[in-house]
Structure formats: C-alpha cells, structure tokens
Design a protein around this ligand. Structure first.
Ligand SMILES: C[S@@+](CC[C@H](N)C(=O)[O-])C[C@H]1O[C@@H](n2cnc3c(N)ncnc32)[C@H](O)[C@@H]1O
Length: 506
C-alpha cells in the first residue's frame, strides 16, 4: 500500500474536496469530518484500483467525474430515516392538509405530493399510507406521490420497498398487515401501495427542477438541508416555493429552520407541530407568521455575561399566550413509576454536579421507558455540562423526534448551538423554546444573549425586558434552571441599561 493512502488527507485537499462535494450536492462537510472523509476516500480509491489522492482527484476531473462524485457522495451522505418520522407531521397531513385540499379541488384533479430527499423510501411510503388511510385503496380520488433523492443506492432500496424488522418498528401493527407482506425477518410494501409512489433520481441543488416537479401541493423536504450552507438552503427553499401551488404546504425537519433564510412562507402551527404554507391560502388555519427582524447593529460591551450552567426544570410562570397542546403526553407522573424515579434521581445528581451518576440514572430511566422525553433532556444536560456537545445534541434530537414540542430540548439545543458559535440556529431554537414556554425567564434571557451576538440590539432588548417581566414576583434566592434569580436580574439589568443607553445614543 502506498504511503499516501495510510494518512489522513491534508487540510488543503480536504478543503478542495469539501467544496466540490458542496458544489455538487449542497452537503458541506465541516472540519470534524476530515478523518472520516479520508477513510471514505480511501475506500473509493481502493475500489477504483488507484493508489494516491492525486490520482483520485484526476479521476474526479475526468469525463467519469460526475459518476464518481455520485459514488463518493454515497459514502458521505447521511441516509438516516424511518417510517412516520416526526409523527405529528403525518397527523397534520391527515387531519388538515389532505382534507383541506380534497375539499378545495375538483374530484378528478390529482393531488400532488413530493418527498424530496426520500432516502430509502420510508418517508414516501408513510405519506402513501396516510393517503391510503384517508382515501382508501384503490384511491377514491387521484393522488400522485413523487419521491426523489440524489443517492442511487438509497433509491434502489426505496423502489424495492423491503425493510428489516428493526426498520419496521415504527409501523403500527394494523398498518403492517394492511400495507406490507412479511416473510421471516423482512417486510415488503405491497404492490398496490408501492405503485402510488414514483421514485426518481433528482439532485435538489441542480435547478431548474424538471416540469414534473412543478405544481406540487405538498413537499416533505425533511432533514436534507442539515448539512447545507445558508446560501444553498436559501436557494433550495426558493425553488421549492416556486414548485408549490398557491396554498401548498412544506414540511421541513425539526432541526431545520427557515428563520432568516426564507420568509415567503407562512408558518402554521397545528396538530401539535409546525409546518409552512405558500399563500394565498384557501382557508385560514391557526398561524404564526414569521417575524421580521430589525437590521443588525453593533453591540456596546458585547455579550460578555458568563452563561450559567443550565440545570433543573423550567420555571414556568403564567404564560401570556397559550402554548400549543401536547397531546399524548402524561400530565402528572404516576406515584410508583420506576422510570420517573430514576429520572428524578438523575435530576438530583445533575443539580449536585455528579454528571456521571446523572447519566447513569437517565440511561436506566430510558431502559425502563425508552420514550421518556424528559430523560433524553436530562441526558442532554448532563452531557452538555461535561462539554460533550455532540452527545448532548444527539439526546436533544432524540427528545425532539419523540416530541417536537419539547420546549426544554429546544432550549438545550439552542444553548449548544450558541456554544458552537451557530448563532442563527441557536436563535431559531430559543425562539421556539420561548414560544412554547413564554413564562421561562431563562429562555428569554438566553435568546437575548444570542440576539446580542447577532447583533440585534432591539431584539435583544425586547428579550431581556421579557426576562425581567417573567422574573417579577420570584424570590431573590429561588433557583431557575440552575441559576439564582438575583443573578439573572443583575445580568438582565446590566444588559437593559447598556442597550437602552446605546439605542438612545444611536
Ligand atoms: C437524513 S436523510 C432524510 C430522509 C427523509 N427525508 C427523512 O427525513 O427521514 C437525507 C437525504 O437527503 C439526500 N440528499 C442530500 N443532498 C441531496 C441533494 N442535493 N439532492 C437530493 N437529495 C439529497 C440524502 O441522499 C439523504 O437520503
């Protein structure tokens, strides 16, 4: 084996490849991926019978370059998916979006849905099951479901529609017998459901989209843009917007945001989740339009208040506006519930600063009850307090996957983004957290801190004023999310004074 193969690629080569991959697919690999990209490249080099990085780069430059780029992408792209991922999206589709379109459209006119970035097909088949549940099989009205991905490997699995028992875990039992044929460990989507979905290779960053993808009514483009850079994301959202019919709907992943990226959509909050609509709508739903933000200004003094550790549960004084309902979540824990007892023990350990013991307690709670959202939030806090941001982030994502209205998980993820210098993502999460729990002083405080870093002084001042209001009546030495009230007040006062001075001078 040649020497060049046994070492990681150097920074310059990594930068060049990263930019090529991003230009081709939108997927932008950050510096932490250098090692794994080296291994993935190595695999490609061996498969191609080459023996050096430069040979491989020449191959990418050759006529066969595009095919090779696609093959390389298969190695680096994240294909993670599951049936009914973020179940509330499918509930919104079944309860609101499809019935509304069905009423608004002549019965012979097809409704057109698109799973953009469908990976191995679970999202597209979940859409198909939702459609079949509503309109019967054969369908009582025409519906077309398009499903696209850049990955050929993922698409061929999607077309086959074969899934392992593990992949089938999130498919409810009645659906398994209605829509799948199971043989041993493997289940295959029945042909009558499979034929509702039309799979096609499509690179979402190469535009314009072919005419088949115009005049669409619903787009699911979830968890595709996570690794895209802002500008690529903005372009994609503008193109998806163009593809939608007026009144059409867009669903994006719970980790993704359109905030400060694309504001033409109206944000809808319904069925316990968020999604987006292209106006003009046929009929108004409960909606929260995107806020427009003031122009950024420079910040006097910067955002220098030390960020306290986040521990414990949110304070939750009386909210000024109702937060969305969280159907299906138990309101009060039962008396003798081992999972919750472990969870409470974990929280005690967390407050005492015994993070390893806290982690153990939360893991035990999750063994007892694998879907205990609070325990994932506990894990996230314990990891974050140990500086293990990646693990903390993963725990937040899991919590949000189980409950996309889990305010605490947004708060935590916002703080982690903030620590990683991802200010815009932090703001999007902290805004969600304060929307879901407007009575949380720490939510408003951290939002103010992140807005300062943007910098958006007016927005920050508003957030600190809200923090101040939510602290009214709280005893000085009470602890909220691990922070004494008097400290929050002091920090808030300092910020409000300096921002008011700065703004009145401006
Ligand atoms: C994490 S999976 C998400 C799958 C599914 N939408 C879900 O939420 O479960 C992301 C998918 O986006 C696809 N993808 C990434 N960049 C793409 C691009 N430029 N064009 C089309 N698909 C892309 C990947 O191949 C991958 O299958």
């Amino acid at each position: 084996m040649s020497e060049t193969l046994s070492i990681d690629i150097d920074e310059k080569t990594f930068g060049g490849l990263r930019d090529r991959i991003a230009a081709y697919s939108g997927v932008y690999l950050d510096a932490s991926r250098r090692r794994s990209l080296s291994r993935q490249l190595w695999r490609r080099i061996l498969q191609k019978g080459l023996d050096s990085w430069p040979d491989y780069i020449s191959l990418l430059d050759s006529a066969a370059g595009e095919g090779e780029m696609n093959a390389l992408l298969e190695e680096v792209v994240n294909n993670e998916t599951s049936f009914f991922r973020n179940p509330r999206h499918f509930r919104a589709l079944a309860e609101i979006v499809l019935p509304e379109m069905d009423r608004a459209r002549p019965p012979h006119e097809p409704l057109r849905l698109w799973s953009a970035g469908c990976s191995t097909g679970q999202e597209a088949y979940s859409i198909a099951i939702t459609v079949a549940e509503l309109f019967g099989l054969p369908l009582r009205r025409p519906v077309q479901i398009l499903a696209t991905d850049i990955s050929r490997r993922a698409l061929s699995q999607a077309q086959a529609g074969r899934y392992t028992a593990k992949q089938m875990q999130r498919v409810e039992l009645p659906y398994r017998s209605l829509y799948f044929q199971t043989q041993g460990e493997e289940s295959q989507v029945k042909p009558e459901l499979r034929q509702l979905v039309h799979f096609q290779e499509l690179n979402l960053v190469q535009t314009p989209f072919p005419p088949r993808f115009h005049n669409v009514d619903v787009i699911f483009c979830r968890n595709v843009t996570i690794y895209f850079q802002l500008e690529t994301c903005r372009r994609l959202m503008a193109n998806l917007y163009r593809s939608l019919n007026p009144g059409g709907h867009l669903f994006i992943g719970f980790s993704e945001t359109l905030w400060q990226i694309f504001d033409a959509f109206e944000r809808i909050q319904a069925s316990g989740t968020f999604f987006y609509r292209k106006g003009p709508a046929s009929r108004p739903l409960t909606s929260r339009p995107l806020q427009t933000r003031p122009q950024p200004h420079s910040v006097p003094g910067g955002s220098s208040v030390e960020r306290p550790l986040l521990l414990g549960e949110s304070a939750g004084t009386a909210p000024p506006e109702p937060a969305p309902a969280r159907p299906g979540l138990p309101s009060a824990p039962p008396e003798h519930d081992p999972a919750r007892e472990h969870y409470r023990r974990g929280m005690d350990k967390l407050r005492q600063g015994h993070y390893e013991q806290a982690l153990q307690a939360f893991r035990t709670a999750l063994r007892e009850e694998p879907n205990l959202v609070e325990a994932y939030c506990g894990l996230a806090q314990a990891y974050a307090n140990q500086g293990q941001n990646a693990a903390a982030m993963q725990a937040c994502e899991r919590a949000l996957e189980l409950d996309d209205l889990a305010e605490e998980a947004y708060l935590l993820r916002g703080l982690i983004h903030r620590q990683l210098g991802q200010t815009e993502l932090a703001i999007a999460d902290l805004e969600r957290a304060t929307y879901l729990n407007p009575g949380s002083p720490t939510g408003h405080f951290y939002l103010g801190d992140a807005l300062l870093a943007l910098p958006d002084r007016e927005g920050a001042l508003r957030a600190f004023r809200r923090t101040w209001r939510t602290l009214l009546g709280q005893p000085e030495h009470a602890i909220i999310d691990g922070v004494p009230v008097y400290l929050l007040r002091q920090a808030c006062r300092k910020y409000m004074d300096s921002l008011t001075d700065g703004l009145s001078r401006a």
